[in-house]
Write a protein that binds this ligand. Structure first.
Ligand code: MLY
Length: 265
C-alpha cells in the first residue's frame, strides 16, 4: 500500500532531517513480536492506570499488540509495544501482592467479577514470559528539534503510524504534527513517549506506515478563480523551514477535505 512513500525521497523533497534515533525511548532494533492472537496477559487499564486487568491479544501489528480488556466492550481496544511496561505475564500482579481488577466499564455486575475472572483464565492460552521485552531506558534529556521528521501514532486512530514533524518543543514535551493533515490530529506528548518512533521504524517492524495526507489547499475560489487555473500547493510537502511547491497531480482529492477539527474516521 505504501510503495509510493519513501523517506529518503521525502526528506530530500522537504529539505528536512530525521530525528536521530537516540532521541527516542525505543530500542534501536525493534523487538521481535512473538505473540499470537488469543493469548492473554495482564495490562494496566488505559482508562484507569492504577488497575491491572486481564487482556486478550486481538491483533498483531509490527512490534505492537492490539489489546482488549476481558469483560470490557470492543470499543476500547488499545495498542501496546511488546516492550511496554504496561503489559506483563499473567501471575505478575498476584506475585507482587496485587489483585486483578475488573476493567473500567466492566459489562457485568461488579459482584460477578471473581467468577468472571476464574472463567476467563480457565483454559486460557497465557502469553509466555519470554515474549515480554524489557522497556528501553529513557533517554535524557529532550533532544528533539523543531522541524525534524519522525513516525508517530495517530492518537485518534491509534492503529495508524504516520509521517510527522516536530512542530514545537517545550521542556520535556514535543508537539507532534502530521504531515499533510491540517492540525486536527496534532498533539503534545513527552519526548520519551512510546508512541513516537524514528524514521524507518515501520519499515523494520513490517508495520504499514501511512503515506502523508493529501490536504491540497486551493487558493480562493472567487469569481476570478473560475477563469484562471487554481493554484495548488501540497501542504504535506512543506517543511517548517522551507516550502517546496509540488505539482498538483499528486493530490488524490482536491482541497476542502478534513478541515481542522473535522475527521471522518
Ligand atoms: N478516516 C480518518 C483518518 C484520518 C487519519 C489521519 N491521520 C493519518 C493523521 C479521516 O479521514 O479523518
Amino acid at each position: 500500500k505504501n510503495e509510493h512513500f519513501k523517506w529518503d525521497n521525502y526528506l530530500k523533497e522537504t529539505g528536512s532531517l530525521a530525528v536521530p534515533p537516540h532521541c527516542f525511548r525505543q530500542s534501536r532494533i525493534p523487538p521481535s513480536n512473538d505473540f499470537k492472537v488469543g493469548m492473554k496477559l495482564e495490562a494496566h487499564d488505559p482508562r484507569n492506570v492504577t488497575s491491572v486487568c486481564i487482556a486478550t491479544v486481538i491483533g498483531i501489528t509490527g512490534a505492537r499488540l492490539r489489546l482488549r480488556l476481558d469483560g470490557s466492550d470492543n470499543k476500547n481496544d488499545f495498542w501496546r509495544l511488546v516492550d511496554s511496561s504496561d503489559i506483563q505475564p499473567i501471575g505478575t500482579c498476584e506475585k507482587k501482592g496485587g489483585m486483578l481488577q475488573p476493567p473500567l466499564g466492566f459489562q457485568m455486575n461488579a459482584s460477578s467479577w471473581p467468577m468472571f475472572l476464574l472463567r476467563t483464565l480457565n483454559g486460557a492460552e497465557m502469553a509466555p514470559a519470554a515474549f515480554f521485552k524489557k522497556e528501553p531506558p529513557k533517554p535524557a534529556p529532550n533532544y528533539f528539534k523543531v522541524g525534524m521528521k519522525l513516525e508517530a501514532v495517530d492518537k485518534k486512530n491509534p492503529y495508524l503510524i504516520c509521517p510527522a514533524t516536530i512542530g514545537d518543543v517545550r521542556g520535556d514535551e514535543v508537539f507532534i504534527t502530521f504531515d499533510g493533515w491540517r492540525g486536527a490530529f496534532d498533539y503534545w506528548c513527552k519526548y520519551d513517549s512510546r508512541d513516537i518512533f524514528p524514521v524507518g521504524w515501520c519499515g523494520l517492524t513490517g508495520d504499514a506506515l501511512q503515506p502523508p495526507g493529501n490536504n491540497v489547499s486551493i487558493t480562493k475560489r472567487g469569481a476570478k478563480a473560475q477563469s484562471s487555473p487554481s493554484k495548488v500547493t501540497r501542504r504535506s510537502m512543506q517543511s517548517p523551514q522551507k516550502s517546496v511547491p509540488v505539482p498538483a497531480q499528486c493530490g488524490r482529492k482536491t482541497g476542502r477535505g478534513n478541515p481542522p477539527g473535522q475527521s471522518t474516521v
